[in-house]
Design a protein around this ligand. Structure first.
Ligand code: CP
Ligand code: NVA
Length: 320
């Protein structure tokens, strides 16, 4: 098995949980992105020797499910789909029992659910690494892929991103939260713009500003043009996340004027790249032109889920 000696900061993450972007430090986040870029370029290959990852997904997923499965296969491991509807989880078996039993069978769990508290519960009871594959609060694996995409656009090394500004327009949701925390660690200024009432959590904002202190700025604005002006990367996500389907009509009214379209892109830096975590709703949070335009890196970003998660899995499950 190859070791991770070229990425010394990653040794501290071995065997740990990754429940939040803030579970990695600044140097660890930068080294995760370096490892991801090296894996993507074929400069490094890591064999986890038959380790097994369990996926417990209580919400739909295309990218996260498939990229974790392929990432594990590329590392010489395997994935087991433990969808709650086909396990006893769906019939109410307690997390405390499920987590302890699964820890005897698999080497890590990637969990997609609603409450961050449930994820923390799994992590508490499991004796193996637990990875946040999206909760209502955060989407830290997405943020790693997002900043890997920025890194590629700005020169190829984490240092090349430092001082750049990423503008996220839309709902102050799980994706926004992880972008704020991870951006703070990487020295990227993150500007969140959205209508009144849809701001990111005050707690995550305070935590991001604490992490960013002296490195970069994390700001919140309520005007779309002010949000994107001069920014080097523009990002948006759905207005109604999974679990908010009933609010969809109200949110479409409240977010009127917040579509990431060509007009808004024209206010950003002329070389700004356009990002979206997908799935996207053309004509709502993003225009078809913005998605398909020459500034779009959206499909590279989707691909980068694979490389970023491969780096994460290699780190958490590293050989001795
Ligand atoms: N971006 C993302 O997490 O996509 P999926 O919901 O398809 O996994
Ligand atoms: N904010 C979205 C992200 C989907 C990948 C959601 O939670 O549904």
């Amino acid at each position: 098995m190859a070791t991770l000696s070229a990425y010394p900061a990653l040794a501290e993450l071995k065997g740990k949980d990754f429940l939040s972007s803030a579970d990695a430090g600044a140097e660890q986040t930068a080294q995760l992105l370096r490892l991801a870029a090296d894996l993507k370029a074929g400069r490094r290959s890591i064999d986890l020797g038959g380790r097994m990852l369990g996926l417990i997904f209580s919400k739909a997923s295309t990218r996260t499910r498939v990229s974790f499965t392929v990432a594990m296969a590329r590392l010489g491991g395997q994935t087991l789909d433990l969808n709650p509807s086909v396990t006893q989880v769906g019939r109410g078996e307690p997390v405390a029992d499920t987590a302890r039993v699964l820890s005897r069978y698999v080497n890590a769990l990637a969990i997609r659910t609603f409450a961050q508290e449930e994820l923390r519960d799994y992590a508490h009871w499991a004796s193996i690494p637990v990875i946040n594959a999206l909760t209502d609060l955060e989407h830290p694996c997405q943020a790693l892929a997002d900043y890997l995409t920025l890194q590629e656009a700005f020169g190829g090394s984490p240092d090349d991103m430092a001082g750049a500004t990423l503008a996220y327009v839309g709902d102050g949701n799980n994706v926004a939260h992880s972008l704020m925390l991870c951006g703070a660690l990487l020295g990227v200024n993150v500007r969140i713009g959205g209508p009144v009432g849809y701001e990111p959590s005050a707690e995550v904002l305070a935590q991001s500003r604490h992490l960013a202190a002296g490195r970069c700025e994390i700001s919140v604005v309520q005007d779309p043009v002010a949000a994107v002006r001069g920014a080097h990367a523009l990002y948006t996500d759905v207005w109604a996340s999974m679990g908010q389907e009933e609010e969809k009509a109200k949110r479409e009214r409240d977010f009127s004027g917040w579509c990431l379209d060509e007009e808004l892109i024209a206010e950003a830096d002329p070389r700004a790249i356009v990002l979206h975590c997908l799935p996207a709703y053309r004509g709502l949070e993003i225009s078809a032109g913005a998605m398909e335009g020459s500034s779009s890196r959206i499909f590279d970003q989707a691909e980068n889920r694979l490389h970023a998660q491969q780096a994460l899995l290699a780190t958490l499950l590293a050989a001795d």
